[in-house]
Design a protein around this ligand. Sequence first.
Ligand code: FAD
Length: 506
Amino acid sequence: MSLAHLVLFAGLLSLVILASSSSSPGSRSILRDISGENADQRDRAVELNSSNFDSVLRDTPAKYAVVEFFAHWCPACRNYKPHYEKVARLFNGPDAIHPGIVLMTRVDCAMKTNTKLCDRFSVSHYPMLFWGPPTKFVSGSGEPKKEKSEIVVIDDARTAERLLNWINKQTQSSYGLEDKKFENEHVRTNITDYKQISQGVYDIEEATGEAFDIILSNKAIKSSETSASFIRFIQLLAAHHASKRCRKGAAEILVNYDDLCPSGKCSYESSGGKDTLGTFPICGKDVPRGYYMFCRGSRNETRGFSCGLWVLFHSLSVRIEDGESHFAFTSICDFVNNFFMCDECRLHFNDMCLSVKTPFKKARDFVLWVWSTHNKVNERLMKDEASLGTGDPEFPKIIWPPRELCPSCYLSSDEKSIEWDEDNVYKFLKNYYGPKLVSLYKEKSVVGSKEETVLATTEDLTVATNALVVPIGAALAIAVASCAFGALACYWRTQQKNRKPRRSWN
Ligand code: FAD
């Protein structure tokens, strides 16, 4: 073989290596892969590597994680895979029987790029399984080798049954390999558990992603009116969504909107590699994940999306400024009217919107309006669900918040004609859908890099301190600092459009 041949061969080899490493999927594409159309044939354990390890474990809503360190050349690992997958099938992917509880992952230590990662965990044999809270695996969150680390080695996981037994002991659960979805559902209402709302942040991401997907699949932006309504709602999300990745995704849609939907006419099918709205998943590529947490029902067909939408609306209402209250009100009303594809819900909600005769001037009034409107829906559905038996038996409709959750919200002890202390209701809602909702999320971002923590804190403060005069425009500019001109131009343009009254609420 000549030198020229050798050089050519080496060049080809490096191209192949480069191609295979550059095509190694990032965290989101991996999560998307397992939720794809042929999901049944696919592995459920999420393949991690040195570049996606931290982000996947930081972003997961799951309470626990299992990380399997293996080597693809190891025959014992190959034989173990079906056992591991059998357990992963219970917890991972859109068809998971018990979603959002344990994230099952694997790392191939035979890949050179993962050597440092495997060293960090002192992997001594294959397969070697670790257990712990996902964020504790993230670099910088403590050394796994230290004695008191919350990360432990799973010492009895030889078969699927033994691994699941081990998990059951840790979680004090009784999951079984033969469990069927919702068959033995253990979801129960616990109205006194104030902390549960901290999982709601994942549900508002889910509901936002699902709403966006519904709009895309129904090609629901059909006219200049629906286009303007879409833009206004996306503006609200870009400025005030409680999830940072949804704020970012919404801002990116706004910046690119002129190209994606010229004159309000959106292209939905990609042709010639051109971007479409679908190219910009609003809360990132791994959302919707396919399940709800705070809004998970005890039956397949209950709660979920509509519950997530309510939580989204409440969480938006507590984040806005006085000067934005009417804008937020019309944005949400128009969004429901144009894009919520439940006819009865849409019509009832629209009636309640139309009954508002004077524009909102105070954010407090808007927060209380969303709350009382939701209670009116609860009151109506209480009767319907009782007579038709269509409600979730574990989550019967109630007038909310119940006394157990907010005793000071009640002025009287008469359950038949409730008298509210609206100042206390307002305080309660601000805290519940404000800091409480994002408490888990913030905790996680603190585990991330210092830079990210500073950014998250600054952004959260921007929203929380109510310090800005034109917060929607300003927060939007912060969210898309890198392309501020595009965003502001887009914002200015839609403000101009908004000046022409489209509908009077008076
Ligand atoms: P949800 O009512 O969805 O509430 C979600 C969570 O919000 C609750 O678990 C609770 O923690 C909290 N919550 C409850 N009440 C309040 C309140 N007043 N203020 C603040 N937080 C509260 N369904 C119909 O059958 N007919 C309709 O006309 C209809 N209209 C709807 C209109 C809108 C805009 C939306 C978003 C949904 C509508 N739905 C309607 C669906 C219905 O309201 C519920 O979302 C669905 O039945 C699921 O109920 P859930 O038990 O999950 O609780």
